[in-house]
Design a protein around this ligand. Structure first.
Ligand SMILES: [Zn+2]
Length: 123
């Protein structure tokens, strides 16, 4: 298989590699803890459907799959939010932006204590 050396291809490969690493930042244990804390979709509260890992700050905006940046979201919220900035999306959807931010912060603090970062300097 020929390896493309074009700039676009190089960037695409770098992004793929970065994404592959980031996908593994959140452990299954951390995900289970997040789901248990939120007890439903972090945005609309739905608890009667499967939840997906949503990056509060989208990957396209520098977000990563980390304990601090992932929340459980129902398929509908996840698809609707897509790459939008979270607070403007919440406002547009007339969801409770303030309640989400407070809860996100509380849960973030609680879980950061339970799962101390192994390497705070890593990026
Ligand atoms: Zn939802």
């Amino acid at each position: 298989m020929a390896v493309s050396r074009s700039r676009t291809a190089v960037y695409a490969r770098r992004r793929k590699r970065r994404m592959a690493q980031h996908t593994h930042d959140l452990s299954d244990e951390q995900w289970a803890a997040l789901a248990a804390e939120w007890q439903g979709c972090a945005y609309c509260g739905a608890s009667d459907r499967p939840l997906q890992r949503d990056c509060v700050q989208p990957i396209s905006r520098g977000g990563r799959y980390t304990l601090a940046n992932v929340v459980p979201a129902c398929g509908s919220c996840n698809a609707s939010k897509s790459n939008d900035e979270v607070t403007s999306w919440l406002r547009r959807k007339q969801l409770d932006e303030r309640a989400f931010l407070l809860r996100h912060r509380e849960i973030g603090v609680a879980l950061a204590l339970r799962f101390p970062a192994p390497d705070a300097a890593s990026d």
